[in-house]
Design a protein around this ligand. Sequence first.
Ligand SMILES: *Cc1c(COP(=O)(O)O)cnc(C)c1O
Length: 364
Amino acid sequence: MTQPYHRIFNFSAGPCTLPVTVLEQARDDLMNYRGTGMSVMEMSHRSKPFETILAQAQSGLKELLSIPDDYDILFLQGGASQQFTMIPLDFLNPGKSADYVVTGTWGSKAVESAKLLAPVDVVYNGKPEGYRTAPDWSMLNFNKDAAYAHFTSNETIQGVEFHKDPTCSIPVICDMSSDILSRKVDVSKYSLIYAGAQKNMGPAGVTAVILKKDMLSKLNQNLAPTLDYKVQADNNSMYNTPPCWSIYLCSLVYQNLLVHEGVEGANKRNNAKANLLYNVIDSCGGFYKGHADQKSRSIMNVTFTLPSEELTIEFVKQCTADGMDGLKGHRSVGGCRASLYNAFPLEGCQKLADAMVDFAKKKG
Ligand SMILES: *Cc1c(COP(=O)(O)O)cnc(C)c1O
């Protein structure tokens, strides 16, 4: 089918590419949502249609991740970054500390926010080696009295990912912003999972929080209501107006993934996509260097450098001209970053892989 619009291969780290069929559905619903005569942007969040949208978003996420019944599913505002504050604010009780595993920039930002509120122990810090590794869980020593252990399952900037669920005797909290729904996880191993929507779930403006209900008994008192997990849970994420449009888009993304074999299907496709690029990185005689250690390589964000800054600029420019956007690496890592979230197509990876092989042949 010819489409009335031109789409490029968008390798952006987030906000990023969304499934075309979801965008088409949103377009079709824009002026008149399923016979209501108005857009989701225009309807009361207390209306029946929106109640249904919220319930569908919750049940979609629940089904995709097999979330057990003793978890609340919240849709909050303030981005993943606000969770960096809300978590210690709510769970770091007076006299308690928390353990942080830092494998990249986002984990380090989480520490900076938490430190403003209470003592923090960094039990693993990948910074001295340039953030290249996700350590084995068995290597880490947690304080048995710590309120929680926090880690980042996928470091979006460095492209460093944990490929195993945590094993830890204290409550585990995970920033899953950039790899949620990319693979199967055992939710029961986590006390809280949070993820900004704008990587794998939808547009910016909403953050999903999957919270084990027993955590609600450990909260600090006298919290500001919008920053209190119990207030948010008691009000089903509607203490105040939720980000209705973003939640609606997420619900469409969840439905779309459910008809495409769920997270197992996504994982198969994501592995195939990432392998195309890692194979090129490993087979061009050292022209490209992967940033992350092999065993910690991210399936979502493939990070690599070229022999020089000039070559990097030339390569990125050439890709942009050829319909492949968003490949410039984060300034802290340099080189290139190809973000391959769920909605990113295999053809785009093949095209980039071919361009990389060509470029290395010409310049290597
Ligand atoms: C993008 C990202 C964030 C920040 O998300 P905001 O919604 O911009 O606050 C935090 N953690 C990770 C792992 C991310 O990828």
